[in-house]
Write a protein that binds this ligand. Structure first.
Ligand code: ZN
Length: 97
């Protein structure tokens, strides 16, 4: 298996999806789509602090996840973060926990 994060991530991911069951991108557009992916807002690139920082997680559906990754690759910019890689505003409503 290529997933280096194993059991702990699978469990954390499942819990995140239970707490945040809807795709946030779809929600922003007024659609209600069940999320199936927990995405890292700022790509962690192996940084475990960033990887496990729940403020850096967002629930997405498969479609939005793929679109976000493609947009990221095209633009070279990270959605929701500045150039220093700071995560989104922690006061954002779906970060409230
Ligand atoms: Zn979506």
């Amino acid at each position: 298996m290529s997933n280096p994060y194993g059991q702990r991530w699978r469990k954390a991911r499942r819990e995140h999806l239970r707490a945040h069951p809807l795709c946030i991108f779809c929600q922003q557009q007024g659609h209600t789509t069940p999320a199936t992916v927990v995405d890292h807002i700022t790509p962690h690139r192996g940084d475990m602090k960033l990887f496990w920082n729940r403020r850096n997680w967002q629930s997405l559906c498969e479609t939005c996840h793929n679109a976000a990754k493609q947009a990221l690759e095209r633009s070279g910019h990270f959605r929701g973060s500045d150039l220093a890689g700071q995560p989104l505003d922690p006061g954002h409503h779906w970060n409230a926990a």
